[in-house]
Design a protein around this ligand. Sequence first.
Ligand code: B12
Ligand code: SF4
Length: 425
Amino acid sequence: MNVLIIYATGTVTGTIFDNTDINKIPIGCYYLASYLRKNNINTELLYFLNMSDCDYILEFIKKYNPDIIGFSSFLFNHKFLMELTLKIKEANPNIKIVLGGIHATILHRELIEEHKQLDALLRGEAEKSFLELVRSGFKEEAMQQINGLTWRHENMVFVNPDSIPTKNLDEFPSPVHHGFNYNFISTSRGCPGKCTFCGAPKISGRLVRLRSSEHIYKELRELKYTYGVSYFEFMDDTFCANKTRVIDLCQRIIDSKLAIQWHVRNRVNFIDWDMFQLMKKAGCVQISYGVESGSQRILNALNKQTKTQQISEAFALTKACGIKTRMYIIHCGAMENIRSLISNIWTITKCYPDLILLYQLQIFPGTQLYDTAVEQGLIEKDIWKRQSHVTYPSGNPLLFDILHKFITVFYKLTSMSQRLFNKRN
Ligand code: B12
Ligand code: SF4
């Protein structure tokens, strides 16, 4: 049995997306491939970045003679995936086509009903269910038993019960054990948050599950000594949520003199002086905060469950510990007004981040924001079928322009003062 897992972006141009992020292979694909390899399934992971030449991809696929191809789906690539999978099925109807990832999880029923080339979709985390599907040989009786599976049989669509996310994440092998070289590290799954713009809990649920510090440390060590990776990005929002685990991991890195540098994402409510001090010692060079807005009204509208006061405290503490800061701001289109603009400018000035990333609010199917926007008549329910990204309706474009210009000038001034400071010292 030959399995291919494919991450194909299509051509990403003319969107507000930053291609550098889109061109990063999702770590979930590595996990799926590793779990199959661990279970002796012949598996390859292919990626086709920023290109939409289906014939080229088809030729490439032929070389692997796959029985099953699994695609990782997002809103931004789903239109391309439907075109590509149709061509694959036309070229070889025996290949079973499976879709997984966030987009498939949310829109499984619509996708399988409308796209006859899809044989099955797996909802949620899928290491175990994908293995079961591969082993089922797509036989009806076996497929009925697979949780999280939406499938087609003789023109009928079946939606099996949801799968239960695996509690012990250490059960899954680190992808580095199975031949993958990467620097993104996922240390937890699940999020208790209810941010209106985020679909994450739909994939991994609200219960936070943590990998052990020992398991993470072994992964870092193996990546460093096998592939020479010395800069890592911890991807989860909740990395700092469990202080004991962070301290234990840092201590292992320090004691073993692993000599790595790393970057984490954090929430402004998970801050601690001792923890940050040790993180700095263990090689943490930057903390990114999903601030989203300096306006409490907007934070409440996004249900971010943070206070503006916590934002300035988090930045002050991080800087005091000698760690660089990155601030993510979301411009919320029609929700913005002159007061929120001033609040954003004030927050940036007060927090003085080393880097600011400004995004426009996106609306993804499956999020509360999407449902509300449909109810309010701001977007059509099936807009996702036509568009690869949906931006929250814009209000006064001047508000975005002013914020954007302010950030540009802020950068110029801060880098100038940084240069002067470096010269004097
Ligand atoms: C970390 C992260 C990133 C990192 C990814 C780093 C990396 N190399 O993996 C970066 C910053 C690069 C990133 C980029 C983007 N991201 Co992002 N990201 C996340 C985040 C916070 C965690 C993802 C993660 O690592 N999960 C852990 C892994 C193990 O799980 P997983 O990837 O979901 O994979 C599992 C299942 O989905 C499933 N699965 C996945 N693929 C497949 C394929 C098959 C065949 C099967 C059967 C199953 C399956 O099985 C996997 C194993 O259990 C999620 C939110 C979340 N918590 O899910 C957003 C999220 C996935 N990102 C999102 C977006 C929009 C993007 C970008 C488009 C943003 C941009 N402007 O560029 C790009 C997309 C490209 C990409 N490569 O991911 C959205 C997607 C929404 C949507 N409906 O499309 C999410 C859900 C956040 C949100 N706003 O709601 N992201
Ligand atoms: S944005 Fe972050 S904190 Fe909010 S629900 Fe998504 S993953 Fe959780």
